[in-house]
Design a binder for this molecule. Structure first.
Ligand code: NDP
Ligand code: BG6
Length: 499
């Protein structure tokens, strides 16, 4: 990867969870592998009162918990880290931010190239750009200015449009990087290479040969400490509207003319705009929502969703979503995509399964099941191809066998974490792996009828922790003569996995 030109990072929300757990560790790892520029500083900004030294100590003590941390390298990194306490919502305080930045640019003899990272509550996503602009901190005369905006980008279509308008008042689209950390995952990026660098898959990649597609984003954990946020969000907004629709777009998109931000994102948005709008009738039959209930798992009692901290006792927020949807274009017409996501399922696994059509005429007394391609995004990252092989011995019976590739077979290769890759790309000015405004709006447009419907007549089914969601979600496929794959942590394990 290219080492960025001298540039700096300002993190708003520096005292928060995301910065401590993900952003600073990602920046440290880039630093320790010589992927950050020679001259750079990181300025953390939030309201909490820290001096530079106190902030460095707080971050250090968190980082030293990471196994194998090199304390010498860490203290070298810490010398690049600074902190400023301001009220991030108050325009007047940004005068002090400007002064501090000018002093740091001077101290580092650095160009004014600056990446602003908005890791604050979303209510500030529109406010911070306005405050920056009031002090001309968005101006690019002496160096580029870029803005990473965290999720959620809006709460629904209307609020996403409003946020976009606010951002565009002060920053141009080419300066705005909307993060979806799934796009930073190596295995999600590999969907492009797998599909478009191999001649053998692309001819099969359409309604002519594909029967249906499954996309699963399962989580073992519940809402943990984020009940307050999650209760206003739910699986639909938290996982489906962004991460899973982005994965779906990578599976379904046409080959881009080139791998760059415009060409790639042009193809992504075409898929999202081709999702067949869902009517109430579709939703009645093709959507299943669930919520986990208090359950005994291996002798432990796990709390139900409504008993989690920060969750309303009568909450109707879904922690599970299963949906059948269609893409209306030449490539995919008539091919169902079944998508599911949920918390407190039997294991943490994200994967895509491409089910190929069965052979047109069974000539053997026993055919193997139709071919399957399993693309595992996490964990045990890899790809498995299932196909039929002659069962050794007399006769001509076919049995199901598989060929697999696992990233772990690459040996020493260390995969960059999603935040490392995305921070590096933003510093290099490459927006290919960031969501563009039109794609975000297309996702919200598709989701809008689901949001309406779920607030109305929609049933919400309970499911026990450690199971694959409500049984009604199984019916979603069984009705079509199909069944979900029940993946295990181990990619090639085909047994039904339940806690
Ligand atoms: P936290 O609540 O842990 O941190 C919020 C940060 O914003 C703190 O530094 C807080 O510091 C600062 N802040 C500034 N103004 C306000 C204000 N008016 N009210 C509350 N906080 C304020 O949140 P997270 O770090 O978890 O999340 C930050 C953003 O990242 C959110 O948009 C979230 O959706 C997103 N995100 C987080 C993930 C995670 O794993 N944590 C994953 C994906 C996205 P101070 O009070 O000192 O000003
Ligand atoms: C976040 C969601 O965006 O993604 C979380 O807010 C979810 O609720 C997380 O747990 C899943 O990410 P990953 O990378 O662990 O699959």
């Amino acid at each position: 990867m290219k080492v960025p030109d001298n540039s700096n990072v300002v993190i708003f929300g520096a005292s928060g969870d995301l910065n401590f757990r993900k952003l600073v560790p990602a920046l440290y790892h880039l630093f320790s592998t010589d992927q950050l520029p020679a001259r750079f500083f990181i300025l953390g900004v939030s309201r909490s009162a820290f001096t530079d030294t106190e902030f460095r100590q707080a971050i250090s003590s968190q980082m030293l918990k990471i196994e194998g941390m090199d304390s010498q390298r860490l203290s070298e990194f810490m010398e690049h880290l600074y902190y400023l306490s301001i009220n991030t919502a108050d325009e007047h305080d940004y005068g002090r931010l400007k002064e501090r930045l000018l002093a740091l640019y001077e101290q580092y003899q650095a160009p004014h190239n600056t990446l602003y990272y908005l890791a604050t509550p979303p209510s500030l996503f529109g406010v911070i750009p306005r405050c920056l602009a009031a002090h001309e901190l968005n101006k690019e005369a002496e160096g580029w200015k870029r803005l990473i905006v965290e999720k959620p980008i809006g709460y629904d279509f209307e609020s996403a449009v409003a946020l976009d308008d606010q951002l565009h008042q002060y920053f141009e689209e080419h300066q705005i990087y909307r993060i979806d950390h799934y796009l930073g995952k190596e295995t999600v990026q590999n969907l492009l290479v797998f599909r478009f660098a191999n001649g053998m898959f692309e001819p099969l990649w359409s309604r002519n040969f594909i029967d249906y597609v499954e996309i699963t984003g399962a989580e073992l954990l519940g809402v943990e400490e984020r009940g307050g946020y999650y209760d206003g969000s739910g699986a639909l907004r938290d996982m489906f509207q962004n991460h899973l629709l982005q994965v779906l777009a990578m599976i379904a998109m046409e080959p881009p003319a080139a791998i760059n931000a415009d060409a790639t994102r042009d193809e992504v948005v075409k898929v999202l705009q081709s999702l067949r709008p869902l009517s109430d009738h579709d939703l009645e039959h093709n959507l299943v929502l669930g919520q986990y209930t208090e359950s005994e798992v291996r002798g432990d009692t796990l709390p139900g969703y409504r008993d989690e901290n920060g969750v309303a006792s009568e909450s109707r927020t879904e922690t599970y979503l299963g949906l059948k949807l269609q893409i209306e274009n030449w490539r995919w017409s008539g091919v169902p995509f079944y998508v599911r996501t949920g918390k407190r399922l039997p294991t943490r696994v994200t994967e895509v399964v491409i089910h190929f059509r069965p052979t047109p005429h069974p000539v053997f007394s026993q055919n193997a099941p139709a071919n399957k391609l399993i693309i595992r995004i996490q964990p045990d990252e890899g790809i498995v191809m299932n196909f039929g092989l002659k069962k050794p011995g007399a006769g001509f019976e076919a049995e199901d066998v598989s060929m697999d590739f696992r990233y772990q077979d690459l040996g020493e290769t260390k995969l960059l974490s999603a935040y490392e890759r995305l921070l590096l790309d933003a510093l290099n000015g490459d927006a290919t792996l960031f969501a563009r405004s039109d794609a975000v709006l297309a996702c919200w447009k598709f989701v809008a009828p689901i949001l309406n419907y779920k607030d109305g007549p929609m049933a919400l089914y309970g499911y026990a922790c450690g199971t694959w969601g409500p049984k009604e979600a199984d019916a979603l496929l069984e009705r079509d003569g199909r069944r979900w794959r029940y993946p295990c942590k181990n990619l090639t394990n085909t047994h039904y996995c339940e806690l």
